[in-house]
Every structure is written in structure tokens, then in C-alpha cells.
Design a protein around this ligand. Structure first.
Ligand code: 2AM
Length: 557
């Protein structure tokens, strides 16, 4: 691919003049793929203008190249407490460090993606904007901050920024094809906006009777789609909201299901809008606020005053709860306009095509709760859990280059995956077993109870028996009086684990980001302190180095 960068599209060598046209470098830092999608769409628009485009993940970008850039367009999201996505960490740090160069010749624009229910909304994007400006770069447009419904604003930004760079490019007819261009064209025709309609083959409960959790093993047939994925990738799943839920909301508001409403300039019935077009199972701060006003409820209004309280409220409620507990009068149009568009959910893929070919497997925890005597479910997980054989489901593959098996099959791998976090490790093991990989592998798994919640137990035992899996340590948190978690098992194995790290092992963590991944990280740092004799700071730096060497990878949510 790199070779094509030196040739025009016709295969004719570009002249010195043509290749002197400045390249528009578009970098994205994105955990869920939204940022990547925006960056790709921008790259396509910029190319359509004849610009030379270099599109890359921030994680793949060589920071030393920054000095040479003249036009830099950044798309970056923010996670949790204002954290940068994995692939953005290095560039983010570099720009804040003393090593960062003067960037007087650079023109840039940043679009920040975020979630306004978090305190540090769009923080990473803000940081990039501030740092680039402080380093002497000239901003082409004011920083654009987008909330969860980013699609319209991001399209406006793409159009504006393509215009804004124009004066700085002598639009040259011999456009220089860059490495990034090839990767835009080379991807699957099925995308988030244009998913493949697949069929569910199996949706089977794999937690036992009496378990506190309802976890499903879901198999989906990719048929003749030609869709391919690598182990570590995620599957984007579009879903319909449950009919019972839709009917409940419509009835509780005294509306008519067949009333016509407009969604993205299309006229549909209220029932269709709430089933297939709008987010019903996830609230957002603006909606709670609007509802507080509509219902005139003082308690709700007070919650809205505080970001953290609002965030907690949103985690435990959905629209149907608002409707039931804080009665308000709204018209069908008002309702549809205040709801966000339905968005697909990403699931870490639990299979390898080396093993399952045109299938894709998922491990799905049914999100369920009971409120005011009503069962409440998560949108996508309920859709998948209730799917009968043959149920159609719209899917696409979301690549995740930050969760990849080592290139060298001899390299040992340590996999930490409690709960449904075990999904990608099933994929890893399938891949390694088919490849006949000889490197050591070690799985840490945890869940509440051995009896009911040992996901894929038979498969792990088979892998152990075959020697495909070298070690398995399990933490069943509720099988004894005190909690036992994966990080406790990790701590117990400090010596062996440190030895594995010394032997070059890669460490993978998948699952809960809020607590588990942090606690596991701490347990690993402690091992580096105790076994490696490092100071706490040096132990952090050690894992930071592993991370930058792609030996410490996380897929957490
Ligand atoms: P618990 O629900 O019994 O507290 C998968 O969800 C498993 O992860 C469960 O056994 C759960 O235990 C456990 N878990 C909960 N909090 C955790 C944490 N901070 N670190 C690791 N595992 C955790």
C-alpha cells in the first residue's frame, strides 16, 4: 500500500509539484468506533475535493511526524472521568509534554465527541484544542463539542472544515493517493449506516437456574455477506425496541399508536418511531431536564441541578419510568422530537472465523431490573435475548486494533475476563487452537457462582485438557462469605505472573471499566512493586510502557 503513495491514481508518477500539495492529515481517537466513522466520512469528503488525505488512528500515528504537518484534523472522544480513548493516549500525552514541538506552520481543527451526562464532557477534545493552540498552531474553526447524538453536528463540521482548509491547499488535479486512502476503500460495504441483515441462529441462556444473571450465548449467521472480522473486533447490533414497552409508553401518555409523526423528514406512525427510530431504554440529561419541566416535578428538577445525581438517575431509569412516576402531558410530536435517535450497541465478538466461519458469536448479559413492579430491560440485550431462531438482526463489524493477539504465536498471553468480559477470550482461544499456537496462555475468569455462572466451562476445560490453555484461575465472588474477585486471584499468583511478564507476556483485560479494570490494574501494579522491586511510580510507568508496546490491552466498557 505504501508504494501507491508515490504514484498518482493513474499509476503515473506524481511530479514534485503535485506531491508538494499539502496533505490533510485526519487522525481519530475513538473507543467505540464513532470517532473513526466521523473521520472516515471526513476523509471521503476531503478526497472528493481532490485533497491528498492521510487518515489514521492516533494510535498508529508517529508523533515525530507532527512537525511536518500543515493541516491536521482531529476527531476524538472522551471516556469516563475525562479520559482519552486508548488509541489517543500517546498523542495526548506527547502534546502535553516538554517534547512537544512548536507547531507554527500548522492549521488544525478538532471535533470532540462526548457524553454530556459526564462531568468532564469532551475533555480530551478540549485538551487537544488547547495544546495545539498553545504550541502555536492556528485553529481553522472553533472547537466543536458533540453530545451522544453527534451525527448532524459532525456532518456540519465535516462540510465546514473541508471548506476551511481550501485556502491552504493548491488543489492539484494529480491527487496524491495516501496510505489512508487505500484503507478507506478496502473496508467492508457493510457499515453502521448500511448494516447487513443477518439471522439469529441461537440465543441460549448459559447461566444456570437460580443465577442472579441472565447471560445469553448468541450465534448469528453472516450468510453470504462476505463480512469478515478478526478476533478482538466488536459487532455492532441494531435492534428494535420491545413491543410491550412501546405500547406501555404510548398508552401511559394517552397517545395513539397510529398517529403520524416526522422522524428525519420521514413520516411514520408513532409506534414505528418508538420501535425502530428512537432510543427508549437510555435517557440523557437533556431529556430528564425537559421532563422535569413538563411534569413540573420539583424532585426531578432538583436531581437535574446536579450532574452526578443526574448520571445516577439515568443509570437506573428509562423513559417508561419517567412516564409512570412523573406524569406529564406531551404530544406525539413533542415526544418523538425529544427522544434521541436509536443507536446500535457494540458487543465484543466471542468467536473466531477460523473456527465458526460465516458465523459470529456473542456473549450477552441481559440488562434487567424491576421498577414499580414493572420489569425493565436494556434495549439491545432484550432484543437478542428474546430472539427466536431466524430473527433478523442488522449488524456490522467494528474493528478494534487495540485488542489483538500477539504477532508472534510463541508470545504468552494473560487474559483477564470476568463476566461477559470473557467473550473475546473465547475468540482468542478458538483462533489459537485452530492455528496450533504453542505459546502459553492464562485465563482469569470470575462471576458470582461456580454452579450457575461458569460461562463456557466445558470449553475451557477442553482447552486445558488439550493444552491449548495453560492455566485457568477462577474467582466465584459469592460462593463464600467474603468476595473473591479476579484481582485477588491475580495477587495470589504474583510470583508466577511476574515471571510471565518477564517472559514477554501480553496482558488483556475485558469487562467492567468502572471498577474491575481499575482494580485489576492496581493488582498488576502491586505485583510489579512487590516482585519487581519497583517504586509505585515506576510500576505505573512499567505498565505504561507495556501499553505503548501493545503488550497491555483493554477492552472495557
Ligand atoms: P459480585 O457481583 O459478586 O460483586 C462478574 O460480574 C463478576 O465480577 C462478579 O462475580 C462480580 O462480583 C465481580 N466483580 C464485581 N466488582 C468487581 C471488581 N471491582 N473487580 C472485579 N470483579 C468484580
Amino acid at each position: 500500500l505504501a508504494a501507491s503513495a508515490n504514484q498518482g491514481q493513474s499509476g503515473v508518477e506524481t511530479t514534485a509539484e503535485a506531491s508538494a500539495a499539502p496533505t490533510v492529515t485526519i487522525l481519530y481517537g475513538s473507543q467505540t468506533g464513532n470517532g473513526r466513522g466521523v473521520a472516515k466520512a471526513l476523509a471521503v469528503k476531503a478526497q472528493a475535493q481532490g485533497y491528498a488525505v492521510n487518515l489514521a488512528s492516533m494510535g498508529e500515528y508517529n508523533v515525530r511526524q507532527l512537525k511536518q504537518e500543515t493541516i491536521l484534523l482531529l476527531v476524538v472522544s472522551t471516556h469516563g472521568e475525562g479520559e482519552a480513548p486508548d488509541d489517543a493516549i500517546e498523542l495526548h500525552k506527547f502534546l502535553a509534554s516538554k517534547r512537544a514541538p512548536k507547531l507554527d506552520n500548522l492549521h488544525y481543527s478538532v471535533i470532540a465527541l462526548g457524553d454530556s451526562s459526564y462531568e468532564f464532557f469532551c475533555q480530551t477534545g478540549k485538551d487537544f484544542d488547547t495544546r495545539l493552540s498553545a504550541l502555536g498552531a492556528t485553529s481553522l474553526l472553533p472547537l466543536v463539542e458533540c453530545d451522544v447524538d453527534y451525527e448532524d453536528i459532525s456532518q456540519q463540521w465535516q462540510d465546514s472544515v473541508v471548506e476551511a482548509v481550501k485556502p491552504y491547499i493548491q488543489a492539484s488535479s494529480a491527487s496524491v493517493v495516501s496510505i489512508g486512502t487505500a484503507s478507506i476503500a478496502g473496508e467492508s460495504e457493510y457499515t453502521k449506516q448500511n448494516p447487513y441483515t443477518a439471522e439469529v441462529l441461537v440465543s441460549q441462556k448459559i447461566t444456570g437456574r437460580g443465577s442472579d444473571r441472565d447471560v445469553r450465548h448468541v450465534e448469528i449467521d453472516l450468510g453470504e455477506s462476505g463480512l469478515t472480522y478478526q478476533v478482538g473486533d466488536a459487532l455492532g447490533v441494531w435492534f428494535s425496541n420491545n413491543e410491550v414497552l412501546v405500547d406501555e409508553v404510548i398508552a401511559a401518555l394517552g397517545l395513539a399508536a397510529d398517529e403520524s409523526v416526522s422522524v428525519s423528514k420521514e413520516s411514520v406512525s408513532l409506534k414505528v418511531a418508538l420501535t425502530d427510530k428512537k432510543e427508549l431504554t437510555q435517557l440523557y440529561p437533556g431529556l430528564v431536564k425537559t421532563w422535569a419541566e413538563l411534569s413540573g416535578n420539583a424532585e426531578l428538577a432538583e436531581i437535574c441541578e446536579d450532574k452526578e445525581q443526574t448520571r445516577q438517575f439515568i443509570l437506573k431509569h428509562q423513559l417508561a419510568d419517567l412516564v409512570a412516576v412523573y406524569p406529564a402531558k406531551v404530544s406525539a410530536t413533542q415526544l418523538v422530537d425529544m427522544l434521541r435517535p436509536l443507536t446500535p450497541r457494540l458487543y465484543s465478538i466471542a468467536s473466531s472465523q477460523a473456527e465458526v466461519e460465516a458465523e459470529v458469536h456473542l456473549t450477552v448479559a441481559l440488562v434487567e431490573d424491576e421498577r414499580q413492579g414493572q420489569a425493565r430491560f436494556g434495549g439491545a440485550s432484550h432484543f437478542l435475548a428474546s430472539a427466536e431462531e431466524g430473527q433478523q438482526v442488522n449488524v456490522y463489524v467494528e474493528p478494534n486494533n487495540h485488542f489483538r493477539l500477539p504477532e508472534n504465536p510463541e508470545t504468552p498471553v494473560i487474559m483477564v475476563g470476568p463476566g461477559t468480559g470473557v467473550a473475546p477470550f473465547r475468540a482468542f482461544m478458538q483462533q489459537r487452537a485452530v492455528d496450533g499456537v504453542s505459546g502459553d496462555s492464562w485465563l482469569f475468569f470470575g462471576n458470582p457462582h461456580f454452579e450457575q455462572d461458569f460461562l463456557y466451562q466445558v470449553e475451557w476445560q477442553q482447552y486445558l485438557k488439550n493444552g491449548d490453555l495453560s492455566r485457568l484461575d477462577v474467582a466465584f465472588s459469592r460462593d463464600q462469605a467474603h468476595k473473591v474477585y479476579v484481582q485477588h486471584r491475580i495477587a495470589e499468583q504474583a510470583e508466577a505472573l511476574w515471571q510471565w511478564l518477564q517472559n514477554g507476556a501480553h496482558v488483556y483485560i475485558c469487562g467492567d471499566a468502572e471498577r474491575m479494570a481499575k482494580d485489576v490494574h492496581q493488582a498488576l501494579v502491586n505485583i510489579a512493586v512487590e516482585q519487581g522491586g519497583l517504586s509505585a511510580d515506576d510500576a505505573e510507568a512499567y505498565f505504561e510502557t507495556l501499553r505503548s508496546e501493545k503488550r497491555y490491552q483493554k477492552d472495557v466498557y
